[in-house]
Design a binder for this molecule. Structure first.
Ligand code: SF4
Length: 259
């Protein structure tokens, strides 16, 4: 009689074929099919999603993201346009000096501290990294004013790596939709990285931010405008007919961002 504890090789092969190429699934209310469909719809709405922080190279992106803590992208852009026109490298930033940097960014919250950090991170880039922005998270977070979220944004936007920088919008959506609930940004980041289908991972960060900024808003989600209203499992949802699935005009995204 065959030992029931020993799986036949046919069973083992069948199981490994079924899971081949898939990541282990974190616990989620959403099935794989639902997750595929949610991100497929986001990809049709915004085929080439972009971050809204203006920058001209990896260095100015690091500075812009570091300045954006507790500030809006539109507010940061207003200040950095003039700053980056005169200082787009670590050396030029050092030459400008802390006092003049402060003048450029004084409309941004916590600007005194941020000006100090911009000076310190420029100095460190020159002494430790030859004036270049490093390409690993471990190195990026050694820069003053650069935490895990900033590092993830830089890795994604400057170097094309699939990362999940959990900002206020992503944290809210992951919890509100019960998509990847977590008490901390790190927890949410880890869960999202596990459940988002691989082919959508690179753009997922921007799709979630833009969905949160323009549709699933903090105070009151606009469910009647939502393309995933039928799939959403949020207890806060007020409507369950999905909005028409069309590509959004870029100018709408830009116009709302400036507001
Ligand atoms: S249906 Fe409403 S709560 Fe759900 S994702 Fe859309 S806007 Fe957010």
């Amino acid at each position: 009689m065959a030992n029931p504890k020993i799986k036949s090789s046919a069973q083992t092969v069948k199981k490994s074929n079924a899971t081949a190429g898939r990541k282990p699934m974190a616990k989620s209310l959403y099935s794989r099919v639902d997750l595929e469909e949610i991100f497929r719809r986001f990809s049709i709405q915004r085929p080439e999603p972009k971050g809204e922080l203006e920058h001209v190279n990896p260095f100015t992106l690091v500075v812009a993201v570091a300045l954006s803590a507790q500030a809006t992208d539109a507010g940061v852009n207003k200040a950095t346009r003039a700053l980056f026109a005169v200082a787009d490298t670590p050396q030029k930033m050092l030459d400008l000096g802390e006092e003049r940097i402060r003048e450029y960014i004084k409309t941004i919250g916590l600007y005194r501290n941020k000006a100090k950090n911009v000076m310190a991170l420029s100095e460190k880039l020159i002494t430790d990294f030859g004036g270049e922005v490093p390409r690993t998270r471990e190195e990026l977070i050694t820069l003053p004013g650069v935490g895990r979220k900033t590092a993830n944004v830089v890795l994604s936007m400057a170097f094309g790596q699939a990362t999940m920088a959990v900002d206020t919008h992503i944290f809210r959506i992951a919890n509100r939709l019960l998509l990847a609930p977590g008490k901390t940004p790190d927890e949410v980041e880890h869960r999202l990285m596990q459940i988002i289908p691989d082919q959508y991972l690179y753009h997922a960060h921007h799709w979630l931010i833009l969905h949160g900024r323009y549709c699933c808003k903090a105070r009151k989600p606009e469910c009647e405008r939502c393309v995933i209203a039928d799939l959403c499992r949020s207890p806060e949802k007020t409507w369950d007919i999905p909005a028409p699935l069309v590509e959004l005009p870029a100018q709408i995204i830009g116009a709302e961002a400036a507001g």
